[in-house]
Structure formats: C-alpha cells, structure tokens
Design a protein around this ligand. Sequence first.
Ligand SMILES: NC(=O)c1ccc[n+]([C@@H]2O[C@H](COP(=O)([O-])OP(=O)(O)OC[C@H]3O[C@@H](n4cnc5c(N)ncnc54)[C@H](O)[C@@H]3O)[C@@H](O)[C@H]2O)c1
Length: 286
Amino acid sequence: MGIKKVGVVGCGFMGAGIVQVCAQSGYEVVVVEINERILSKGMATIEYYLGRDVEKGRLSQKDKDSTRGRIKGSTTAKDLNDRDLVIEAIPEDMELKKRVFVELDKICPRYTILCSNTSCLSVTELAQGTSRPNRVVGTHFLSPVPPSKLLEIVKTDSTSEETLETVRKFGRSLGKEILVAKDTPGFIFNYLLLALTGAAVKLLEDGVASAEDIDKSMTLGLGHPIGPLALADFNGLDVGYMVSCAMYERSKDPYLAPSIIMKKLVDSGHLGRKTGEGFYRYKKQE
Ligand SMILES: NC(=O)c1ccc[n+]([C@@H]2O[C@H](COP(=O)([O-])OP(=O)(O)OC[C@H]3O[C@@H](n4cnc5c(N)ncnc54)[C@H](O)[C@@H]3O)[C@@H](O)[C@H]2O)c1
C-alpha cells in the first residue's frame, strides 16, 4: 500500500523532527500532543528549524510555506482516524506506550500501519496489545532527525513482509538509509552504542584514563565524530541511564548493566550539556 497521510503522536524532541522530515518529503501530517501549550512549543521548534534552513539557503521560502501547510496540530487522538501510517514518539515508558497503541488500534482504520520510535523497548509487546500485530513495526529515527542518515526498522515475528516493504519504501522517501533489525534489546544502534558507552564509563570508573583520553581513543583512533563520553553528555545522562536500565532489564546482558558513576551523576542533577556538567564541565552556551 502507498503512504500519503501520516500521523505522529508526541511533538517533543523526536516527534517534532519526524513531523518536519515527513512534511518536507511531501506527506500530509497530523501531529497530536497532550495539550495546546506543548503542541505550540513543538510547532515553534519545527518553525524554527525550517526558518533556519531558509536562512542558510537549504530551503526556499516557498518550500517552507508548503511544508508548513502540510502540518496540522491537534490535541485529539481521534484526528488520526484517516492516517495510513502513525508514528508514536512519546516518552520511553512501556505502560504509556502500550496505552497509546491500544487507543490507536481503536481509532485508526484496519489498514493503518502503527510504528513506535522506541529506543529499546519491546515492539512485540506493543504489537500484541493491538488487533493488527502484522501491521506494527519499530521506526527508530536517530537524533537529530532531519540531518540523520539512518532509519532503523524493527520487525517482530508478526510483522508482515508487506508492512516491512511499505515502511522501507516510506523511510527511503524521507531520504534515509534503512537498517532492518529483529526486536531485540536496543536493536542494532543502541546495543552497540550502549556497549561502547558502558565500556568507556568502566574505564573511567576504574581510573584507567581520563575522560578526554578515553574519548580521543575513539575520535582519533577510529575517526568517530565525537567520543562516547562526550556523546553521552550531549544526549543527556538521564536519557542514557534510563535507556541502559531498560535494556539491561530486558536482556540481563552484563555488557549493558547501568553504571554506578552515571547513576551518581544523574542523582546529583549533572545530566550533561543541558545542565552544564556531566562527564565534562561546560561553559554557559557552549
Ligand atoms: N531523544 C533522543 O535522542 C531519542 C533518539 C531516538 C529515539 N528516541 C525515542 O523517541 C521517543 C520520544 O523521545 P523524545 O526524546 O522525543 O521525548 P520528549 O519527552 O522530548 O517528547 C515526548 C512528547 O510526547 C508527548 N506525549 C506524552 N504522552 C502523549 C500522548 N498520550 N499523546 C500525545 N503526546 C504525548 C509529551 O508531551 C512530549 O512532548 C522515546 O521513545 C525515545 O526513547 C529518543
């Protein structure tokens, strides 16, 4: 089936980026938030990034206006009742996501494909709460969504080939390179990232080397654009800690065990760049 109308649930950090990319690629998008205030904030973020693309000459004013014209905000999930594909981008909380999937299953037509942007939770569990597990997949967009080159599709044992192909085609139409992974903790990207970050944190915890030297071993040694500790600070240590707890809970894999030093930093409010301190200290506005 061809996708024309897209729905997005949640217009936070990831949802806003997903809405922007879908609308810029020609899809009509309805985005749903829990209230008008948060919806306006999400819309303002989209407006800001589209405006910045115009300023930098990456987008014409005409294309910006037509992109903006394809986006409709709503605070009512019922407005998703004519969508071909809906992407859930609400916080990484299984109970919250399950409730949304049950609601979407009731609201959306039989043909609608339901997708989750989960970083590491079980897509199978989300699919089982619906009457259409064959039309449920993970669509794990990476941040920041617009410039990111990758889209990781997570298939469960129930995902049909037709759904997989439709979502693959949809992802390519957004300009993304597609990875397909089975529904395992962290899929491909977060499994590798968390294992690397966990190893880097362990070296720091054991006093083997400084944060700077650990990061340099990856930036200069392997050509990574940023070291694992600096990246954890950038993404937010609270987010990283939560994802590592959820992945460990699901896998019991010792490589993914949450680190004590990260917990200490999170408990003391040092969440990385956004609070000015994490594995590194940051000057204001850095
Ligand atoms: N932040 C990242 O770098 C990143 C990267 C990849 C994937 N993810 C995943 O994407 C998802 C969203 O993460 P985020 O960072 O955008 O979170 P966020 O907190 O920035 O945004 C979530 C939004 O969902 C809204 N929301 C909550 N319940 C809702 C409901 N019932 N209906 C409509 N809206 C609702 C919230 O108001 C909030 O604005 C999570 O599953 C996360 O693991 C995040």
